[in-house]
Ligand binder design. Structure first.
Ligand SMILES: *Cc1c(COP(=O)(O)O)cnc(C)c1O
Length: 369
């Protein structure tokens, strides 16, 4: 294999090189069918076998219980910000925990369809902590509670999902897990619905994954487009309208790659989770040990996937990014709303990529510190 640069993009993001190579090999003729996957009918037996295997592998990897449906949809995370309230709010109350930029957007969009209440927010302290669940102001009659389980821009992650029952709420928990799905296991006993775009950690943009508990199907508002009614999509096995076929195919290859992944004596999701822990520890330790760079998130809430960091002297930003590109460390510029830098270290980022980044941090500091 040729050596490619390390790509720290927040999304669309790096994919495993093995998967890209396989896609290239199968591009003109998938398994002797004489067709590219892009050219196949979604109702033909070839594509149906691809979609069924993808769903089964995803269910297996994440141990998704039998009473959850997995939907392959379109519209992205932002689309789901409308699709979820249209399906679950019943026009009533929705509680949202605002822990950063993405949950704030979700709350704003849900206001078009429901009575939205901010159960907790960390806005006043600059997104350094996730508000403690014990302090959330949940309404007893909320149709659901929304959280963003990994705030991609701010770099905060829920390392444990809240147990709403223990907080006295019977409402289902909705999680926007766009930027860390499949990076770790999920406690489904605490979740009613999870959603996420594929382009952060799973595959190309255009595919959105929704995991929904069956009892939440069938309550869509009359204004909900049929193509976005979870019940309609579930009953049609995600083929009510043409699904993003190529995205499902690539995602399926990523699932196979993950199932065969080994690391530190573990396999599959446990192996990737362990590597993600090790990568994040290495990077945060380098930042914390530096006088030039800093991450500002409380240690207990730091994301394993998205690591924002700042140069204490911001005049060095451009030199830092130029030097990074020279070393083959790509797309480290922070989100425009928060500035600074951000290293997204999703599943496809090897340990060597993070080692190359921490070596660069040390060298840059030796030069400029
Ligand atoms: C990227 C992202 C979104 C938006 O996804 P789109 O696919 O661009 O609509 C929503 N939520 C989170 C947490 C994200 O990281």
């Amino acid at each position: 294999m040729t050596s490619r640069p390390f790509n720290f993009s927040a999304g669309p993001a790096a994919l495993p090189e093995e998967v890209l190579t396989q896609v290239a090999q199968e591009m003109l003729d998938w398994h002797g069918s004489g067709m590219s996957v892009m050219e196949m009918s979604h109702r033909g037996r070839e594509f149906i076998s691809i979609a069924e295997a993808a769903e089964a592998d995803l269910r297996d990897l994440l141990q998704v219980p039998a009473n959850f449906r997995i939907l392959f949809m379109q519209g992205g995370g932002l689309g789901e910000n409308a699709i979820v309230p249209m399906n679950l709010s019943r026009g009533g109350k929705v509680d949202v925990v605002v822990s950063g930029s993405w949950s704030k957007k979700s709350a704003q969009e849900a206001r078009r369809y429901a009575d939205v209440h901010i159960a907790a927010t960390n806005a006043s302290e600059g997104q350094r902590h996730i508000p403690a669940a014990a302090e959330w102001q949940l309404r007893p009659d909320a149709a659901y509670v929304h959280i963003c389980s990994n705030e991609t821009i701010d770099g905060l992650e829920f390392h444990e999902l809240p147990d709403l029952k223990a907080l006295g709420s019977d409402a289902p928990l909705v999680i926007d897990c766009s930027s860390h799905q499949l990076s770790r296991s999920i406690d489904w006993s605490r979740v009613g619905l999870a959603f996420g775009g594929a382009q952060k950690n799973i595959g190309p943009a255009g595919l959105t994954l929704v995991y929904v508990r069956e009892d939440l199907l069938g309550h869509a508002l009359p204004i909900c487009p049929s193509a976005f009614d979870y019940k309609t999509v579930a009953e049609a096995q995600s083929m009510y309208n043409t699904p993003p076929t190529f995205g499902i195919y690539v995602a399926g290859l990523v699932f196979k790659w993950l199932k065969g992944f080994g690391y530190a004596g573990k396999t599959g999701l446990a192996a990737i989770e362990q590597r993600n822990i090790d990568k994040a520890q290495l990077l945060y330790a380098a930042l914390d040990g530096s006088n030039l760079f800093e991450n500002r998130v409380a240690a207990s809430c730091r994301s394993r996937m998205n690591v924002p960091f700042y140069l204490r002297d911001e005049r060095l930003n451009d030199a830092f990014l130029a030097g990074a590109r020279e070393r083959g460390l790509l797309q480290l510029k922070g989100h425009k709303s928060v500035g600074g830098m951000r290293a997204s270290i999703y599943n496809a980022m090897p340990l060597e990529g993070v080692q190359a980044l921490t070596a660069y941090l040390r060298d840059f500091e030796a030069q400029h510190g």
